[in-house]
Design a protein around this ligand. Structure first.
Ligand SMILES: Nc1nc2c(ncn2[C@@H]2O[C@H](COP(=O)(O)OP(=O)(O)O)[C@@H](O)[C@H]2O)c(=O)[nH]1
Ligand SMILES: [Mg+2]
Length: 304
């Protein structure tokens, strides 16, 4: 499929073209830049990107699956990006998720893509951001990004989402502790999933206490039975709507853009740096000092 076919295919909602476009981005193919600069700006601006994050086993994939069904019921075209940081060998395969979302696999109005966090050009943040825009340009709204809520790359993913829901569930051990490591402050909504299990009320109370229960930020769901899904989607769209009106969405997107530009710049510099590190002189002295010398040689005089 040539670049022109990919570009026109995205607007025509052709699933092969969409998949190819995302692969071009992931591979660092120069054609990706042409594809990305051809994306329809109004569609990209309009689409809501929702991040679903939380500990493994909390029920993120089940929730995502039910959110897809709910959105399809509302006549929406949906994009889903699944990120698995733990499995570079299988290319971030979210096998269980694939099986679970199989019911949507034949639905032309659902675009599902999984991405690995390692070995990707431009970093995950940049690749997933580009994938979300490609899906949005093909008419997906919302685009849902499911990611495991641990580590820096996942915090980065939250940056590219307009709205983030943090999913927890009773019985996951020292879950709350992990949640407190920064995610609580950045998440817009807290979802206590598996509300059918003992301990859910306790977890809700703890979370409400932790976040001060601002404007109903804590919600309960039973994803496996589809309970609380409509309410969750409404809460997500409410946050998005408020953020659009207040300018918060634009502020977040500007920040995400800047981070993405940094990611891509670093990636584009990498081959040059690798070449510069081939010299004999880098083998003597402290590596950190050598790195500084290389970086300084790249900077304009006033920044050295
Ligand atoms: N009891 C109960 N189990 C659930 C619920 N939601 C998901 N599960 C189960 O929890 C397990 C992990 O779910 P999954 O969606 O894969 O979690 P993820 O790792 O966060 O994506 C699966 O066996 C689900 O069937 C729920 O609301 N109640
Ligand atoms: Mg999952």
């Amino acid at each position: 499929m040539d670049i022109e076919a990919v570009i026109s295919g995205i607007g025509e909602r052709n699933s092969r073209a969409i998949a190819r476009a995302i692969s071009l981005v992931e591979e660092g193919n120069p054609g990706a830049e042409r594809v990305l600069s051809s994306l329809d700006p109004p569609s990209v601006e309009k689409a809501m990107v929702a991040g679903i994050t939380g500990a493994p086993g909390a029920g993120k994939s089940t929730l995502t699956d039910k959110l897809i069904s709910h959105c399809r019921g509302l006549g929406k075209r949906v994009g889903v990006i699944g990120v698995d940081p733990s499995s570079p060998l299988t290319g971030g395969a979210i096998h269980g998720d694939r099986v679970r979302m199989m019911q949507h696999a034949l639905d032309e109005e659902v675009v599902i893509r999984s991405m690995a966090t390692r070995g990707r050009l431009g970093g995950l943040c940049a690749s997933a951001g580009a994938a979300a825009r490609i899906m949005a340009a093909s008419g997906c709204d919302p685009v849902i990004i499911e990611t495991v809520g641990v580590g820096q790359s996942e915090m980065d993913i939250i940056r590219i989402a307009d709205v983030t829901a943090l999913v927890s569930a009773p019985g996951l051990g020292d879950d709350i502790q992990a949640l407190k490591a920064g995610l609580l402050e950045v998440a817009d909504l807290m979802v206590v999933n598996k509300a059918d299990k003992p301990g859910a009320d306790m977890l809700s109370m703890e979370l409400k206490e932790a976040v001060g229960d601002r404007e109903g930020r804590v919600l309960e769901t039973v994803a496996s039975k589809g309970e609380g899904i409509a309410e969750l989607f409404r809460a997500i769209t409410d946050v998005f709507g408020k953020n659009v009106n207040s300018g918060e969405r634009d502020r977040r997107r500007c920040e995400a853009r800047r981070a993405e530009v940094v990611d891509w710049s670093l990636e584009m510099l990498r081959p040059h740096l690798q070449r510069m590190a081939q010299g004999e002189e880098v083998l003597s002295g402290d590596p950190r000092n050598r790195a500084r010398a290389i970086v300084q040689s790249l900077l304009p005089p006033e920044d050295r």
